[in-house]
Design a protein around this ligand. Structure first.
Ligand SMILES: Cc1cc2nc3c(=O)[nH]c(=O)nc-3n(C[C@H](O)[C@H](O)[C@H](O)COP(=O)(O)OP(=O)(O)OC[C@H]3O[C@@H](n4cnc5c(N)ncnc54)[C@H](O)[C@@H]3O)c2cc1C
Length: 503
């Protein structure tokens, strides 16, 4: 029978950080990844690798990014992102629901955790292009998001996997956890389905990092509500909530925003699940510089309510609620240079025209006359005396419309006009397992379940309603590292015949 000190269930960022941290404590670690090696890495692999992190200025960033050149520093205003700003962002976007203790750990450990990842071979770079616009010859970062893993999500997962292999961590691919083995003294192993056989693997402690339930249409309809089964899944098809169910079955407590999720505007004709060849490029995140129209030709949301980072994760839900579950994003020639790279991929549903009249006739499934009236009304409502500035919330708004735009409002008056069709793409679910700040899974009786730890997407209580961009990977890394280290000390104590330590 196979055994390990620590079993980590999952093969994404949270799992691999947990495995590395457990190994660092001297534990024998086994990683169980449900996907084959070709599809391994979970949602983490689909990301751009953007990670939200506290930093006081460029000196802190130089530690994370030793490759930063003097020339880059000279032409960039990196600003800073303080602990208070990160805490404020979390509180504001979650409508003050985020668990204060977990959020404090997330924020205060963010920099130390990225430095630790760097020490484990993950390389970081500034997110030029997505998070900084050039003004007066200098790049200026905005929205608190400055750092990404080199090579994006694939680069991140490859670097963590290489580190795990180098340190002697065993990884089983195509190995699906099907049940947790638990008794009165807590969790003692995992039943694994591998190569058509179910085997028992014993362990001193188990870390769960197997993602949310977004790839399960039945659970989506059940927990997120009617219509959610129609959303596209942006990432991996393997995060179906089965490990959440396994933990609930042995008495773990559910917590958080079970009817909530991260969901964005996503290419209308994208496949049912993510496509690793396209990655996150089906997303369409430049709507703050244009308008969105629904099937009735109406605008339905304030496209410029805030920086993209603070609205994109909740606007997928708004698009799903429109007739036919789609919208068209419309831009004019003045802002084309601001459109992100994802607008220039081949797999895009795009229309372009030299006049607005021509454009609206090309928008599939839209009331063209109503759309034209809506655009004219929008154009007339723009407060044109306020200067446009994409780096700040510029206050260039519309007035007098049923749905006003708060910032970056420009009349659509300069050809060529372009439109892109989007639907709702779900990223991950917010509800999950209750953990404490030591990443111990808490039971429905309110006590830690001995030997059971969790991190990443399958943890609840951190995100509600919305999400500040780049926090998912940081969240998985911070709590993965804590979960792995604590699981290792619990397992080593169990191996030595001691009582499991209380953290
Ligand atoms: C397109 C896209 C872009 C994104 N961009 C960003 C970004 O730039 N920055 C950011 O911070 N976040 C981003 N996110 C969110 C981010 O991906 C997640 O928050 C984060 O990756 C979650 O990490 P995780 O390790 O918890 O889960 P995952 O990385 O999804 O890993 C879960 C793992 O569990 C495995 N698994 C599932 N069930 C089982 C089972 N029964 N047995 C064994 N293994 C199992 C899966 O195969 C998978 O390997 C993005 C997400 C998507 C989809």
């Amino acid at each position: 029978m196979a055994s390990a000190d620590v079993i980590v269930v999952g093969g994404g960022n949270a799992a691999l950080c947990a495995a590395l941290a457990a190994r660092e404590q001297g534990a024998r670690v086994l990683v169980l990844e449900r996907a084959s090696e070709a599809e391994a890495g979970g949602n983490s692999r689909f990301t751009a690798g953007a990670m939200r992190v506290v930093y006081d200025g460029v000196d802190d960033l130089r530690v994370l990014m030793p490759d930063l050149s003097d020339e880059e520093v000279a032409r960039t205003d990196f600003g800073s992102y303080t602990r208070e700003q990160f805490l404020d962002d979390m509180a504001r976007v979650t409508q003050y629901r985020c668990d204060p203790d977990l959020t404090d750990v997330l924020v205060s450990q963010s920099y130390a955790t990225l430095s630790w990842m760097r020490g484990n071979g993950v390389r970081f770079a500034p997110i030029y292009g997505r998070q900084a616009f050039k003004v007066g010859g200098r790049f200026k970062f905005w929205g608190g998001l400055t750092v990404e893993a080199v090579g994006g999500g694939p680069g991140l997962v490859d670097a963590l996997t290489a580190a795990a292999r180098k340190r002697g961590i065993e990884i089983w691919y195509s190995a699906r956890a099907v049940a947790l083995s638990a008794g009165d003294d807590g969790v003692r192993g995992v039943q694994v389905r591998r190569q058509g056989k179910t085997v028992q693997v014993d362990a001193g402690a188990v870390v769960l990092a197997a993602g949310g339930f977004q790839a399960n249409p039945e659970w989506r309809a059940r927990y997120l509500g009617p219509g959610w089964e129609l959303a596209k899944v942006r990432g991996t098809r393997f995060n179906t909530g089965d490990v959440i169910a396994q933990a609930l079955a042995i008495g773990a407590a559910p917590v958080g925003n079970w009817s909530g999720c991260h969901a964005v505007g996503w290419e209308r004709n994208a496949p049912e699940f993510g496509d690793l060849a396209v990655g996150d490029a089906f997303q369409k995140h430049s709507y703050p510089f244009g308008i969105m129209l629904n099937a009735e030709g109406r605008r339905f949301v304030d496209e410029g309510a805030d920086f993209r980072n603070y609205t994109y994760a909740k606007y997928g839900r708004v698009i799903l609620a429109q007739p036919g579950q789609f919208a068209w994003q419309v831009f004019d020639g003045k802002v084309r240079h601001l459109l992100r790279d994802e607008y220039r991929i081949r797999q895009v549903t795009k229309r372009s025209a030299q006049t607005l009249e021509e454009l609206v006739r090309q928008l599939d499934d839209v009331d063209a006359d109503a759309a034209l009236r809506e655009i004219h009304a929008f154009n007339a409502a723009v407060k044109a005396d306020v200067p446009f500035n994409p780096n700040v919330k510029d206050g260039r708004c519309t007035t007098g419309l049923a749905v006003n735009k708060s910032h970056w409002a420009n009349a659509l008056d300069t050809p060529p006009f372009e439109a892109y069709a989007v639907t709702c793409g779900i990223t991950f679910t917010f509800g999950g397992l209750r953990i404490d700040p030591q990443a111990q899974v808490i039971s429905t009786d309110g006590e830690p379940i001995p030997g059971l730890y969790a991190a990443g997407e399958l943890v609840g209580g951190i995100f509600y309603f919305n999400y500040p961009g780049g926090t998912g990977l940081t969240n998985g890394a911070v709590f993965g590292r804590i979960a792995g280290a604590n699981a290792a000390s619990a397992a080593m104590a169990a191996r030595a015949g001691d009582q499991r330590p209380a953290h």
